[in-house]
Write a protein that binds this ligand. Structure first.
Ligand SMILES: [Zn+2]
Length: 211
């Protein structure tokens, strides 16, 4: 083989190698980016059976009349809430949805640290689950400020943020046009943790006794 050919072959080899490395970098970069969860959900949600999400047994058999094995906006929301393994901080204006209440109670029974912040006026309305949670021993604080505590967000395990227009009510889930963003982006999660801690501290009952 002439020297010219050898140079050409080596040159082509180097070029192929650098292209392969670039391709590998791109693929790994995409995989890494894909690991950060970002999801948008819209409501009203279709109605489907969510019994399997509450069951430890993956082969849970339910014979209710609702469609089974169908992923809906609501089942996706519920699944992410139930993914909590250490903590759930919930800051929600209105909370009357029985499935969501059941999810919070299930997490509480598993030893997940739960803190619930709600609005003082809405926590007392008919159907509100705030009293139910409180009775079950869940740590609840109601914002006593002069304006409404109108937030609707939850932070799961200090890493996953669920936020949007959706109140935790059946009407919001099944009837209203609502949206939710579920994200693990730390830049978005951290300010919500800070906001939660601020409102939580402001409504510490010990402060009211002092006043
Ligand atoms: Zn069912």
């Amino acid at each position: 083989m002439s020297l010219m050919w050898s140079v050409k072959v080596v040159g082509l080899g180097v070029m192929a190698l650098s292209l392969s490395l670039e391709l590998l970098g791109w693929v790994f970069g995409r995989c890494r980016r894909r690991r950060t969860l970002n999801k948008v959900l819209f409501f009203p949600s279709k109605v489907s059976c969510v019994e399997h999400l509450f069951s430890q047994n993956s082969a849970c058999s339910c014979f209710c009349p609702l469609p089974h094995g169908v992923e809906t906006s609501f089942s996706c929301l519920l699944r992410h809430i139930l993914s909590a393994s250490s903590s759930l901080d919930l800051c929600v204006f209105s909370f009357s949805n029985m499935d969501l209440s059941r999810a919070v109670l299930l997490l509480h029974s598993k030893g997940v640290t739960i803190r619930v912040l709600s609005d003082k006026d809405y926590s007392a309305i008919t159907g509100s689950q705030i009293g139910v949670l409180r009775k079950a021993g869940v740590c609840v604080r109601c914002d006593a400020g002069s304006v409404h505590m109108h937030h609707k967000f939850a932070v799961v395990d200090g890493r996953l943020l669920i936020t949007g227009s959706l109140n935790w009510t059946l009407t919001a889930v099944q009837s209203n046009m609502e949206n939710i963003i579920i994200t693990e982006e730390a830049e978005l999660v951290q300010p919500f943790i800070k906001e939660f801690n601020q409102i939580w501290a402001l409504n510490d009952p010990a402060l009211f006794y002092k006043r």
